[in-house]
Design a protein around this ligand. Sequence first.
Ligand SMILES: [Zn+2]
Length: 681
Amino acid sequence: MKQFLSITFIMFLLWNCGQKTNENSAEKMIITEKHSEEAIKGITEKFPENSRQEIEKGVHHAASLWRQSDGTEQEFVAFCTDNYIGDSNEKHAVLIKVSEYMESLFGHFNKMTIDMKKNVDLQTGQLHAVDHMFSAYSAGAHLNNDFYGNKIAFLVALNFPFYSTEEKNELGENWTETEWAYARMGDVFNSRVPSVLIQNSAAVSAQADAYIAEYNIYMGNLISKTGQPLFPENMVLLSHWNLRDEIKANYSNSENGPEKQEIIYSVMQRIIDQSIPHQIINSGEYNWNPFENKLLKNDRQVEAEPESDKRYQQIVNNFNALKDFDSYHPVLNTSIKRSFSGNMQIPQEEVEALFHEFLSAPQLKQTGEIIKKRLGRDLQPWDIWYDGFKARSSMPEEKLNAITQDRYPDAKALENDLENILKKLGFENEKARYLASNIAVDPARGSGHAWGASMKEEKARLRTRIPEGGMDYKGYNIAIHEFGHNVEQTISLHEVPYYIMNGVPNTAFTEALAFVFQERDLMLLDMKDENPDAEYLKTLDILWSVYEIMGVSMVDMQMWQWMYNNPDCTAEELKNATLEISKNVWNEYFAPVFDIQEQTILAIYSHMINSPMYLPNYAFGHLIHFQLEEHFKTQPLASEVERIFALGQLTPREWMIKAVGTPLSNQPILNAATEAIDHLL
Ligand SMILES: [Zn+2]
């Protein structure tokens, strides 16, 4: 039996290998310019009145998705000629039909995912291994493939062609809601990357995740310049998040805080330049003095062997895997374009220009002066993580806990109060009732999250952790943040002009409304923070964290640009380039504030290893939040939230202009910072 099984297994492998080669040739792109021209000619003859430009766009879009397995070149030409919709009323009717079908599909798949993960996400009692198996299952995984198989994808691509973010920004200014909906329909099937490349990229990405997840530093084994261990024996910190948080935590340690911060900083520098001994990564076998890079075992010095560029190898692997996608994206033909113009929908050059403007702002130097004063010393490079602006609330936390515990003993109590919360925020009675009736509160296992619906007949879900004695203040504060997400999810699903436009331009926009809600958490408890500086401190706290995140984002972006300019680079070359880039970014934007040159610290972020070019997203939530808050100073919050979040998925630029009258801007946060600096300096 055993023998038989293993032979079957080998046969399965051989069969699978054969399948893969077939799949590769089946996934070959075969439509040349000549065939596209033929199709365009056929359609123009049929509809001589129609815009030739639109016909060309649709045919080229469909051609970029057509593979050998979809049919011959002549079949492509015939498909286009037969399926082009020349009549504008018919096109609109098809938009509505396809939207309805998609709402049902996406809505039910989303519902299934919520159901499959229910036991893992919610407090439903003991988990079984089978819960994890279902939770990892994705019912909708084959939808895309199916839609190429039955040609729905081609019909949609041909009639609703893809517009780049640049085109949407340029043309969208004058588009009607219907034209926006056509353009969003064109985003649904915008590329078709062979599954083998997607699998490869997923495998590489999983390796990078594993590399990061197993990068722990045993803090009890670190020794100071004078040979002393300073950290608790059993303290183990994951790089870089936990290391950074430990630096933050030591601002309130007057005994040996700065000394501990300096050790952590030294560890970070050795991770970045890869001189860190591999023997101490994820292991407590050795003691290590990171300043001299001295490794000890049982008090005897042993040779330190450097990690040798493994960190940068992960990035090179990611780059190679993602670069393989390029030729399958006719417009977004680099990973940089896909991250910015594609996912974020802001062209990379615009992101860089916006960050450059912020990073050069005089308010940063002034805030640096305030920090210097508060610390009573010159700035050190790790003060990019200065944590002393966290305002002490004038209310003792126990008092706040008592209020929230009494008000919200369980999830049901919060759910029943949602309508009331919305009324306090200024929503009309009927509107508050309607929004609240579309949001359900579930008791979460973790700290909570907000999960929107994808069809109107389902509710958005507010997941929150409520301990035995009722909701504590921290949990309440997070729940109000998540509630902001739910309100966005509900308005931007139910009130957008077309289903296909549901949502917001990118995650930063929903984050901004969550911040708006969270800011008002005390008011919702009928309380007020009496600390007169609270708001100013908070502004500078956010300003300083945006400063840091834009700095590391600059390094991340420039590193990817360097890789595209040096596509055959080795890990060592990438390391040297990254060290150079991080020093340049530091010298340009941080040295003037810190009065220290040549620091590499901006290259420490783990996101750079496993989430390529994701970092810039974090800065935008705050910028948008300040833009909205400035708008709400003169406009009523509730009715404006309803109007603004019903705009749906425009581009960030168009959304912002229609929302508050100006494109994305640093000015509101910098204005707020000036006000805070005047008060605190
Ligand atoms: Zn959030």
